[in-house]
Design a binder for this molecule. Structure first.
Ligand code: SAM
Ligand code: SF4
Length: 335
């Protein structure tokens, strides 16, 4: 499959001097939830031939690592609903990069120990509400109890650091910010609050009306816990704060209010094998085409990835008042 070649450190540098060493790889567009900000209710999922095989996903991961990538995040859709995903995870776990996952937590009760054994070091688990009915409304199909059981299982499995991700929407869950912080503190978890991004057209709420800035969320938290800014980063877009009396870190992912493009070190690959150079732009290169047209030609695949770096745009331009500029949904993009 992929030849063993010495890693080309610094092979992936874009026109603005940013070194790309972090890849978010979407392993499926499917999901057992239908979160209101992420999907429409009647999502159409991709036909199988359009989706990368597990072998192709592995080939991509190996190519990126051979080009100096140090961290791979598996995401989706819900990565853990893909059949035989553990095979892929075990394979990538042997590549020597940091391997992390973003999950909705629904499968963790049964999969957490196997993920740990396969080499996953950290998991980000999405949790927007601690109220079962509200959780159901936000996810349309999810059961809070199942996710809470998954979080406990992940804690028991001994992951290095677990983090919760919460998208905050005004009038829908902004009154739960402090409860979510307390939930994280009680369990020694980190938690990041995310500003909703305009990916795909949704009907459930008006994105401009529901917009809750990170500064507003921070002010809510500071009513109870003063926050100290830190310089800690986890190679992701979160800016972290600490509380005086807890190990839990509070992160903010603020694509609107604090543009994080200047030190962007990451690219995404959709489950169709489209290399996306920026979350908020359509610049992309079709890696599936290269892999299927030239099977086994790993040098060509690597060169295509290197050349693609020139397409990475300087920044994104999200604008809540416009029609979504990005028509793909987050589950297609690989959140
Ligand atoms: N299914 C997994 C999960 O929910 O964690 C992984 C994929 S999901 C697309 C990754 C993250 O993107 C989740 O934390 C989710 O809350 C977030 N997300 C989805 N749509 C979003 C949007 N429109 N704006 C901001 N965050 C979004
Ligand atoms: Fe599924 Fe994650 Fe999207 Fe929710 S945010 S619908 S769990 S992919």
């Amino acid at each position: 499959m992929t030849d063993n070649v010495a890693p080309k450190e610094d092979a992936l540098v874009d026109k603005f001097g940013r070194r790309v060493d972090y890849v978010r790889l979407s392993v499926t567009d499917r999901c057992d939830f239908r979160c209101v900000y992420c999907m429409s209710e009647d999502m159409q999922f991709l036909p199988k031939p359009q989706v990368l095989t597990l072998e192709e996903l592995y080939q991509l991961a190996a190519s990126f690592v051979s080009l100096g990538v140090r961290k791979i995040r598996l995401t989706g859709g819900e990565p853990l609903v893909r059949r035989d995903v553990l095979w892929l995870i075990r394979q990538i776990g042997q590549l020597g990069c940091e391997l992390v996952i973003t999950s909705n937590g629904s499968q963790l009760s049964k999969m957490a120990p196997a993920l740990r054994e396969a080499g996953v070091s950290r998991i980000n688990i999405s949790l927007d509400s601690l109220n079962p009915e509200r959780f159901k409304r936000l996810t349309r199909t999810g059961r809070l109890e199942q996710v809470l059981g998954g979080i406990d299982a992940a804690l028991d499995a001994g992951f290095e650091r677990l983090k919760l991700n919460a998208v905050v929407l005004k009038g829908r869950n902004d009154d739960e910010v402090l409860d979510l912080v307390d939930f994280a503190r009680d369990r020694g978890l980190d938690i990041s609050f995310i500003e909703e991004m305009p990916l795909g057209a949704i009907t459930e709420h008006d994105r401009a009306e529901a917009y809750c800035s990170s500064d507003e969320v921070r002010a809510l938290i500071e009513q109870r816990y003063p926050l100290q800014p830190t310089t800690e980063r986890t190679a992701g877009p979160s800016r972290y704060y600490r509380m005086a009396d807890s190990d839990s870190r509070i992160g903010f992912i603020s694509p609107h209010s604090h543009n994080f493009c200047a030190d962007c070190n990451r690219v995404r690959v959709t489950v169709e094998g489209r290399l996306l150079l920026c979350l908020g732009n359509e610049h992309s290169v079709d890696l599936r085409e290269v892999m299927r047209r030239h099977p086994g030609d790993s040098e060509r695949l690597r060169q295509t990835i290197i050349d693609a770096m020139d397409l990475k745009p300087e920044r994104h331009w999200f604008d809540l008042d416009d029609e979504p500029q990005i028509v793909r949904f987050m589950n297609m993009t690989g959140g």
